[in-house]
Write a protein that binds this ligand. Structure first.
Ligand code: AMP
Length: 571
């Protein structure tokens, strides 16, 4: 396929505000792609070259992209910079200054060139390679190439939409589950598309876990109290809920790979865990656990802030000596060719106990089998007294449900009076210029939303205007302006129109006093029934770098929190 054809599809995708239309367009695009190229088409549509767990980044700023644009088009840098100020998008600048016809490069060729740019070490090399590539492209092609390079493609295509389009390739939307299953096992939509194109439905149905490809993590639902935990799970396992980094650790022969909850590659950040897992007696293995810093002398956990310090690029070795982390292993997903995700939890745990024997850096999570609410309460009280945030409950007979949140795992957390039991993660979908003192900043309130997986849309839940410092507001405006849109994003459902729409990209955590019903918001709104909103929301911390928009709380979770809150009030 010619890259110009892909760019035409991108143009159409960018303009559409309907998700259905988007999946239809993607279906047409994927049908046209060659079997050998479909993975590349999928990655590029997501603005990537490889799945994010491979950790390949372009490392090029807008500034460098503009330098390359200037040289490739023979336009003065000052003119380019002025245009960028006006248009706010290097892609649009490229379209403006590159007037020639392209040389008709194929998708594979452009992909290859982009790959060389990402792999090049020095900035100068990167710029040179980009200049050469831009010289062979038309304006429209260049528009998307530079957007991909600066990490801001702005098509608004989410994973769920790609999965839907791949299901259409198999026949109809009912095949979504097959596609999703394969995706949950490898987190690589390019590989899923390639398997589908080359081996068809059967290939996807036979898709298997491979160490080195992270499994999308299982998540927990919340319960209000010990009684609900027992009512939902019956006789079950309860574990301490550790407050650290959730890690999925893969061992493949002598290699170890570590992935975060968000499936980012983290291997180099945890040298002591890497070493310890390499010693486990297994050729191939995937385990999950929570890593945190433990005070060797007292055996107590350090606060999360100390564990958090490990998230850095430099001086990791020094930190690993000062605050070594322990991995509290709680699940086994794969062992020497055998898929453990389909086995009952209790069997996975037993096998895990046989593997984690050298109790030093690797420990087993603290677990107890219980059958009464009283036992749960005792364990919970004890965990809270030890400064932990709560406990987890796990169904003994449940498989590991990759990529989904359900009642196979539940969490029971400590609550506060007059405050919601938990904070809520919301996605920023737009902002208002602000009044009074904020007016001079040009930003004063955010419009935020929660995720609705069934429609793959973001539904508004609250305006958030407090919790940030002035510097944070300034920074927020900067990063939001980089992703601002001319119209409401196709995946945002809103009755409110903010001054500026943005791509749903950034997640913030907010605390609130209460969830209330409101006709203004679309979260949970059905027919004439009002939606749900947050009362007195305030941001806690800045933008979450560890969460993607789809990791925000869901509409369903908000409904459940609303019900829990009512129940607690009545009690
Ligand atoms: P939450 O992030 O509040 O949805 O809670 C679920 C998270 O708790 C998981 O993603 C893990 O990171 C963490 N966690 C801590 N201890 C455990 C445990 N024993 N079993 C499972 N998850 C745990």
């Amino acid at each position: 396929m010619k890259f110009s054809e892909l760019a035409q599809f991108f143009e159409k995708l960018e303009k559409t505000t309907s998700r259905l239309e988007m999946s239809q367009l993607l279906y047409e695009l994927f049908s046209k792609a060659d079997k050998e190229e479909i993975d590349k088409v999928v990655y590029l549509t997501m603005g990537e070259l490889v799945p994010s767990f491979r950790g390949l980044e372009f490392g090029m700023s807008e500034k460098l992209a503009m330098e390359a644009l200037s040289k490739a088009s023979g336009t003065k840098l000052s003119v380019i910079q002025k245009l960028y100020k006006e248009l706010g998008d290097v892609g649009k600048v490229a379209l403006e200054v590159i007037k020639r016809e392209g040389k008709g490069l194929s998708v594979s060729k452009v992909y290859e060139e982009l790959f060389s740019i990402a792999r090049a070490r020095g900035t100068l090399d990167k710029v040179m390679l980009l200049i050469n590539l831009l010289k062979a492209l038309s304006g429209v092609e260049a528009k998307f190439v530079v957007r991909i390079i600066v990490g801001n493609l702005r098509l608004g295509v989410g994973e769920a939409t790609i999965i839907e389009a791949l299901a259409l390739l198999l026949g109809n939307r009912d095949y979504k589950q097959v596609v999703e299953r394969a995706y949950n096992l490898c987190s690589d939509l390019g590989l899923v598309a390639e398997t589908l194109a080359q081996k068809g439905l059967e290939g996807l149905e036979e898709f298997k876990i491979q160490p080195g490809y992270p499994i999308r993590m299982a998540l927990a639902e919340r319960v209000a109290d010990a009684e609900e935990l027992i009512r939902r799970l019956g006789r079950c396992a309860i574990e301490v809920k550790y407050d650290g980094f959730r890690l999925q650790v893969h061992k493949k022969n002598n290699e170890v790979y570590i992935y975060s909850r968000n499936l980012e590659p983290m291997t180099e950040m945890f040298p002591e865990i890497k070493q310890a897992v390499a010693k486990i007696d297994a050729e191939e293995l995937i385990v999950e656990g929570e890593a945190l810093a433990v005070n060797e002398e007292t055996g107590e956990f350090y606060p999360f802030q100390i564990t958090m310090q490990r998230k850095r690029k430099y001086q990791i070795y020094e930190y690993s000596k000062e605050y070594p982390l322990k991995l509290f292993c709680f699940d086994l997903l794969y062992l020497d060719g055998e898929d453990y995700t389909i086995k009952p939890f209790i069997d996975r745990r037993k096998r895990l106990e046989g593997l984690i024997t050298l109790k030093n850096t690797l420990e087993l999570s603290e677990l107890r089998i219980v059958q009464s609410a009283k036992e749960v309460e005792e364990f919970f009280e004890d965990a809270i007294l030890r400064g932990l945030e709560g406990i987890m409950g796990k169904r003994l007979d449940a498989p590991y449900t990759a990529g989904s949140r359900n009642f196979n795992w539940v969490k029971l957390k400590r609550g506060y009076k007059g405050q919601l039991m938990d904070t809520i993660d919301v996605v920023i979908v737009g902002y208002f210029y602000g009044k009074g003192a904020r007016a001079k900043l040009g930003i004063g309130t955010l419009l935020t939303a929660v995720y609705d997986p069934s429609s793959d849309t973001f539904k508004t839940i609250s305006k958030v205007g407090s919790g940030f410092s002035e510097e944070e507001w300034i920074r927020l405006k900067e990063i939001l302006d980089e992703i601002k849109l001319d119209h409401r994003h196709a995946r945002v459902d809103s009755l409110i129109t903010p001054d500026v729409w943005v791509e749903p990209k950034y997640v913030i955590t907010v605390s609130a006093d209460e969830i209330t019903r409101s006709p203004l918001h679309t979260a949970g709104k059905t027919g004439d029934e009002p939606g749900y909103a947050l009362r007195f929301p305030r941001a806690v911390g800045f933008v979450r770098s560890d969460k993607r928009p789809e990791d925000a709380n869901t509409v369903e979770e908000i409904l459940r929190m609303y019900q829990l809150q009512r129940k607690i009030k009545v009690e």
